[in-house]
Design a protein. Structure first.
Lengths: 408, 841
């Protein structure tokens, strides 16, 4: 009976590198010799970790690493009040490097974490020297991640966390992430810089916001899975120094980014220069219940040079805030202005005000009629017309009915 | 007496019909076997049962309930429309109601069937007012991404297909942990479709599923349902690798059934030509429709369906939309409407291909007419089984074509009636299929040393794993094999072979381009080649252009009094011979082959069936299949021995040096007109045909006597040739290999191609029989046949030698033409050579 390999070969099937002569010789350069580090004993065998401590005065990019003084706005945005109360050393910055991008067979071979401590920032990177060490690493993480920690990640909600949870599941172990507060900086970055920055990738944010320049040692993220797979084949850990560097920089930048974002959210008017960023922060305030702060941000944004559509959206938002706090005079003023600029919604808002607030249906009727005239104009886009026309006709009919009742 | 019975009485008395019925089999009515709904069933299910109008269970439904309650897996194999769905819906609904965490998984081979079943189960949930408590979700390629995570969390009854399980669910099982952990039932409907390569893949997907279920600690019960096959238990147990109880005693009541075989009458006694298959089929179907019997008429090809549809509409007294076509290429919405119309009775007749064979619910028909033998006993019963509803009478009618196989069946109806249907075979341990799924399984969960994979023992599994580790895709670490490659193994494996883009068929209308249908790329060249007449639901279109790069065919409506028939030729050429070994009578060979099929021209055929001028040549790229094959080459010495015994009829006919003159004088004698259909020559000389086959004469002079010669147009000539076909030993050998090889390989006959050539270029002009892998890339079938050559030849010899038939039958070397000769003697002689049996001359 020919061997399985021969039978498969006879079928014209090649399995990876079939010729052993083509394989690079196995040259042992263990990870310890490349990045230092030490084994850690767990009840599931050895895990391997690398630790580093950055003193408080060390710079990351242009700024020293420090924990933000206030997180109340961020906590409100994340809808988790615990975040505003936790001490700095309970925030765990986390980033993984993996063997792929999707599926239950994808492993996290490097889990990088960071935490502020008195006097500085401590980084810990757990690494799988062999896949079999996964169970031990997960156990070590279970000790390192506390039940009252908060997580800070970049895209961790849809990537790192589900992946780690999946790893705990396949290892039949409980995971430490049960109901931890979680700030996913990617979501916040998208919210603030969607219109302003061409890319919200962490590496690009570093450059444009934090002034961080990575050294030649860095490698692009897409190369990382194959580098680990190669290491398992060759036993040569030297190229992995770049992966450790990449991961460490990602964690540090997350810490910087958190500080940067918290500072901007705490005092936007002092720091933020661009109107689109200010507008985004105003919206975030408005959505998370900081109405007064939102009004302040919107008002000062309004004094800036603005593109027409930003101004339009800003005015609409601001007027709503005025109306909500009962400041109809201020709201009316904005709507009048917007109406003069030809915005149909403003006529409607004014009509609503007179109909429901002051009960002055005649004025309401006038504004409604003017809005109808405006909508009928040729320059009004079809979609707007289709949206507004029935609403206006309905309003007009109601107002006429009310007025005729009163006349009787 | 109902319509059908009175029509049948009329047919029986009418010589032009009854006289052509070669077999009339009557199955008496069968009363139903009923049982009350078991008391143990959840009261809400029982209430819905009554609300939906049921009062009792058929015995097989009750048996299914009992077996499942006893914790046994079951396979339900009962007739069409016998309520198989209820066999699994009842226990599943019961379980989902009793345990609010329980989940169930339904697998269907196609999206269309999944759609039908979802409607069915939702009507139950509505009747139970449980729509909210038991969310039913379809999870397939069409499921929008944003709905998927909600389905993973919430679905309690998941409807999917094996492909999605393979590349969407299992590789991401951790996202389905809760679903798998609480899975109580797995329903595999249409089990018979999981055969051959596809079935072997599915069996491995189920091995992976079993591994994942074990991991999450779930032990669901399996319910399989199938159309009739010879080996339901073997297939079910092969697929799930667990014991399965087969439930095949059908308790559904059945009215009296008539099974008729109709052989079209001989219209030209001298040449033995019979009336046209499709005209006779349409005539009978039309009679049925006019007697108000809802009828399904099955054709073997898409073209035949459309041609019959057109004539049926013209000949029967029906409205345009009362008779519909149904075949591959019709759009999904159109099919749904036709199915609904058939169920409601609005559609009275349908002309269909096997596209309608599989599980599609159209209710029971009054009559099923099969225009030609569909190729297998199982398919015959599936199509015939479309007739029959409740206690009314039903008719199944097989109209024989002039093809030797059909003519054989017309003479030997017991061959269909007495024979078990075909086996559905799978081979989950095929090296290549198994290897691909071991990769997928290793991605899903690392393999531990000593772990088996389904019935594959751990030792064999480890041999594969070691190989994958050497190749760098797996990494052995601490006694476990981890998947270590960026590649997603499941994405690289397709369960159904290479899928390619279908060609869109669009027609110019007043309002721009309208989508008419779609067709697979290989079918495109045959159906919508330039200048073809494409027929869709009876309407005719002319093909202006076929753009194969963009996969679009451009058509315009046309009133044509003809249809077109493509002319194709296949060739096999050698890419590389890998191995050759001498065997008795020649050599056995294995290597890489290139199979090309070319649509090189087309004919124009009048609706009446006569060929007309105007056909032409086509310049289309050949369709190529690069694959591996096994072939037997016969050596000169063996041929010479057979020749001397008069058992080698593959030498070319030498009509003699006078032939051109003889031929011209016959044409002149016959006034240059076809002596059957009367067509005059039109640019191309008619053929001159030997009434008695040339080969059956010993002298050229005898064969070429003017009385034995007749002028025929090419169309009539083809028909005449079919009837007097003489099957050679080589053809007999290829016929038997076609049937025998799948049994050895445990694959479906469709997974193999067979080709024979008495003078093969790639074998230095020697005769060859080739068996090749149909699936494009090698699945190792031909390699295995090469290894099994001696055994294969011995079994072939034994089979032919022991067959009780006189001169060839569908079970051995295939029948000869109706007036021709079979090849039993020649094939036996050839096989004797091939097994090295000494024959004294």
């Amino acid at each position: 009976m020919p061997s399985l390999s021969d039978r498969l070969k006879a079928l014209g099937l090649q399995i990876g590198v079939s010729d052993p002569a083509l394989k690079p010789p196995r040259e042992e350069h263990p990870i310890e010799s490349v990045v230092g580090g030490r084994p850690q004993h767990t009840e599931f065998g050895e895990a391997f970790l690398v630790e580093r401590f950055l003193p408080a005065d060390e710079l990351h990019g242009a700024l020293p690493l420090r924990f933000p003084p206030a997180l109340d706005k961020l906590a409100a945005w994340a809808a988790d009040s615990r975040l505003a109360l936790l001490p700095p050393e309970r925030f765990l910055f986390l980033d993984t490097e993996t063997t792929g991008v999707w599926g239950s067979g994808t492993m996290a071979f490097l889990v990088g974490m960071g935490r502020f401590e008195p006097g500085g920032f401590r980084q810990t990177q757990y690494f799988l020297r062999e896949p079999i060490e996964e169970r031990a690493m997960l156990e070590a993480l279970n000790h390192l991640i506390g039940r009252d920690d908060a997580l800070v990640t970049f895209n961790g909600k849809s990537f790192d966390l589900p992946l780690l949870k999946s790893r705990y599941l396949t290892n039949g172990a409980p995971h430490p992430f049960v109901s931890l507060p979680h700030i996913d900086l990617l979501h916040l970055a998208r919210r603030l810089w969607r219109d302003l920055l061409p890319s919200r990738a962490l590496g690009d944010l570093e450059v444009s916001l934090l002034g961080v320049l990575r050294t030649q040692q860095d490698i692009p993220g897409w190369m990382i899975p194959q580098m680990y797979i190669d290491f398992l084949h060759t036993g040569d850990a030297r190229p992995l120094a770049s992966v450790f560097y990449h991961n460490s920089m990602d964690v540090l930048s997350m810490a910087s980014l958190l500080e940067h974002l918290a500072a901007k959210l705490a005092a936007p008017l002092d720091i933020v220069e661009h109107h689109s960023e200010l507008y985004a922060i105003g919206r975030l305030y408005a959505d998370t219940g900081f109405a007064e702060e939102a009004i302040g941000v919107f008002q000062s944004t309004l004094s800036m040079e603005l593109p027409a559509d930003t101004r339009y959206r800003l005015v609409a938002n601001l007027a709503v805030l005025f109306r909500r706090r009962g400041d109809y005079e201020a709201a009316l003023q904005l709507w009048e202005q917007a109406a003069a600029d030809g915005h149909v919604y403003a006529y409607v808002e004014i009509a609503k005000y007179y109909e429901h607030r002051t009960g002055d249906c005649t004025i309401a009727l006038q504004y409604t009629q003017r809005a109808i005239k405006l909508v009928d104009k040729k320059k009004t886009p079809d979609l707007d017309r289709q949206y507004w026309q029935p609403l206006l006709v309905h309003r007009l009919a109601r107002l006429e009915r009310k007025l005729s009742h009163r006349a009787v | 007496m109902d319509n059908l019975e009175s029509l049948l009485a009329h047919w029986r008395a009418e010589p032009s019909i009854g006289g052509n019925v070669t077999h009339w089999h009557q199955q008496p009515a069968r009363p139903g076997a009923f049982q009350p709904l078991p008391d143990s069933i959840h009261p809400a299910v029982a209430a819905a049962f009554a609300r939906l109008g049921y009062s009792q269970l058929y015995s097989h439904q009750a048996a299914a309930w009992e077996r499942l309650q006893a914790g046994e897996n079951i396979a339900v194999v009962t007739g069409t429309a016998s309520g198989k769905t209820l066999c699994y819906n009842l226990p599943v609904l019961d379980a989902l109601l009793r345990d609010s965490a329980a989940r169930a998984l339904y697998l269907f081979p196609t999206k269309a069937l999944a759609y039908d079943q979802r409607n069915e189960i939702e009507s139950w949930l509505d009747a139970m007012e449980q729509r909210a408590a038991i969310p039913v979700s379809t999870y397939d390629g069409d499921t929008p991404t944003h709905q998927r995570s909600a389905i993973r969390r919430g679905a309690r009854l998941l409807i999917s297909n094996p492909d999605m399980l393979h590349h969407g669910i299992l590789p991401n099982h951790t996202a389905w942990a809760e679903f798998f952990g609480r899975l109580r039932f797995i329903v595999i409907d249409e089990m018979h479709s999981y055969r051959g390569v596809f079935g072997s893949h599915v069996a491995n997907v189920l091995r992976r599923l079993a591994r994942i279920l074990k991991f999450y600690g779930a032990r669901p019960l399996f319910v399989l349902a199938s159309a009739t096959i010879a080996n339901p238990r073997e297939l079910a147990e092969g697929l799930i690798e667990q014991p399965v109880m087969v439930i095949d005693v059908d308790g559904a009541p059945r009215g009296p059934r008539h099974f008729l075989i109709y052989n079209p009458p001989v219209v030209n006694a001298e040449l033995g030509l019979r009336a046209s298959l499709f005209q006779e089929s349409v005539r009978l179907a039309s009679d049925l429709l006019d007697h108000n019997v809802q009828t399904i008429l099955f054709g073997r090809t898409r073209r035949m369906v459309e041609v019959m549809l057109k004539t049926l509409r013209e000949s029967s007294h029906t409205e345009q939309d009362e008779v519909r076509g149904y075949r591959g290429g019709y759009l999904v919405a159109e099919r749904r409407a036709i199915e609904a119309g058939l169920r409601s009775g609005q559609v009275r007749g349908v002309v269909a291909t096997t596209a309608l064979e599989l599980g599609v619910d159209i209710g029971g028909m009054g009559a099923s007419v099969l225009a030609g033998y569909p190729g297998s006993v199982a398919a015959t019963w599936q199509q015939a089984g479309r007739a029959g509803r409740g206690a009314g009478a039903a008719l199944s009618l097989l109209v024989a074509s002039s093809n030797p196989l059909d003519q054989f069946l017309a003479r030997h109806p017991e061959y269909i009636l007495g024979r078990t249907p075909e086996h559905a075979l799978i081979n989950p341990d095929n090296l290549i299929i198994l290897l691909s799924h071991l990769r997928c399984a290793a991605f899903e969960l690392p393999f531990s040393k000593g772990e088996n994979f389904g019935s594959v023992p751990s030792g064999d599994v480890e041999e594969f794993l070691k190989l994958l580790a050497e190749g760098g895709q797996l990494h052995l670490s601490g006694g476990k094999y981890f998947w270590m490659s960026e590649q997603q193994p499941a994405q690289a494996v397709s369960l159904r072979g290479a899928g390619s883009d279908s060609v869109v068929i669009q027609a110019a209308t007043d309002k721009g381009w309208a989508l008419v249908g779609e067709v697979d790329p290989n079918g495109a060249q045959r159906l919508v080649h330039p200048q073809a007449i494409y027929i869709h639901d009876g309407a005719t279109y002319f093909v202006d252009k076929l753009d194969l790069e963009e996969s679009v065919a451009y058509l315009r409506p046309i009133e044509a009094d003809y249809y077109t028939m493509p002319q194709t030729r296949s060739t096999v050429s050698l890419v590389e011979e890998k191995t050759r070994e001498p065997v008795p009578a020649g050599s056995k060979n294995y290597g890489e082959l290139n199979i090309t099929e070319e649509v090189y021209g087309f004919l124009k055929i009048q609706w009446s069936g006569n060929e007309m001028p105007g056909g032409g040549d086509l310049d289309l790229p050949p369709m190529e299949l690069n694959t591996f094959g096994y072939w037997v080459t016969i050596e000169e010495a063996a041929i010479e021995r057979l020749r001397q015994r008069g058992l080698w009829s593959n030498d070319p006919n030498e009509y003699g040096s006078h032939w051109p003159a003889v031929r011209d004088s016959v044409r002149a004698r016959d006034n240059y007109t076809c002596q059957v259909c009367g067509a005059a020559e039109n640019g191309r000389p008619h053929d001159v045909h030997h009434k008695q086959p040339f080969r059956s004469f010993t002298s050229v002079k005898e064969a070429n006597r003017l009385e034995n010669l007749v002028t025929l147009c090419s169309n009539c000539h083809r028909r005449a040739e079919t009837i007097v076909r003489i099957r050679s030993g080589l053809a007999g050998l290829s016929f038997i290999l076609q049937h025998l090889a799948p049994l050895y390989l445990m694959c479906d006959p469709r997974d193999l191609g067979v080709y024979s050539d008495p003078k093969a270029d790639f074998a230095d002009g020697m005769p060859v029989v080739v068996v090749f892998d149909q699936m494009g890339n090698a699945l190792g079938f031909s390699q295995k046949l090469f290894e099994l050559h001696a055994e294969l030849m011995r079994s072939a010899y034994q089979l032919v030698n022991e067959c009780a038939c006189l001169d060839g039958c569908p079970s051995c070397v295939g029948p000869g033409g109706e007036l021709g000769q079979g090849s039993k003697r020649e094939t036996l002689a050839l096989l004797e050579e091939l097994i090295g049996k000494q024959v004294d001359l």
